[in-house]
Design a protein around this ligand. Structure first.
Ligand code: CA
Length: 198
């Protein structure tokens, strides 16, 4: 979200790190600032939520194990406050059950510790590229009986309204562009997640 008033406003993309391990925070901050991002870091879930609401980050990197709460809950709290900011979870747990729980909580992506900072930055940049494309296209479209609102990140049918994560919305947008065609898993990974198939 760019500031529109005043030439001195900082127009760098904002990344909020919610993580309590100082070494990881230091490494991430250095790498992200080197990439040209504005970075804030908070060591607890409650401080992280407060900063997210006040600062309006463009992306949140969220540790799963925080001193005062777990990342799933922090994710749910942010989503409950209508924060559609992309959230990438930093987790030491690679089990499928944890990923499903995180997706249910509203996370958009994962990296598993120990992760490569280069890979994380590639994922962040992929999110921002998709957002740029998103903002250049129509806000609403239909898939079957569902009305998709790309600006609000929602899908609705009658009185039922569901929130869409960033990637869910991107998948729907791609399927809409390719209506009546089959889209392969590799193509989804490449176009939506920015992952090159082997
Ligand atoms: Ca931790």
């Amino acid at each position: 979200m760019l500031q529109t008033s005043g030439v001195s406003e900082d127009e760098r993309k904002r990344i909020l790190i919610i993580e309590d391990e100082p070494d990881i925070v230091r490494g991430l901050r250095d790498a992200l600032e080197f990439e040209g991002f504005a970075v804030e870091a908070r060591g607890t879930g409650s401080e992280g939520v407060a900063t997210a609401l006040e600062w309006g980050p463009d992306c949140v990197l969220l540790d799963l194990m925080l001193p005062d709460d777990n990342g799933y809950r922090v994710c749910e709290v942010l989503r409950g406050k209508n924060q559609v900011v992309p959230i990438i979870m930093l987790t030491a747990k690679a089990q499928e059950a944890d990923k499903v729980r995180g997706l249910d909580a509203g996370a958009d992506d994962y990296v598993t510790k120990p992760f490569s900072v280069a890979e994380l930055i590639a994922r962040i940049n992929a999110i921002f590229r998709r957002q740029a494309r998103l903002s250049a296209t129509d806000d609403t479209f239909l898939i079957g009986a569902w009305s998709i609102n790309a600006r609000k990140h929602t899908m609705s049918r009658g009185r039922t309204v569901k929130r869409l994560t960033f990637y869910e919305l991107e998948v729907l947008k791609l399927l809409r562009e390719r209506e009546d065609e089959a889209v392969s898993r590799d193509e989804l990974l490449e176009k939506v997640w920015g992952v090159q198939p082997n």
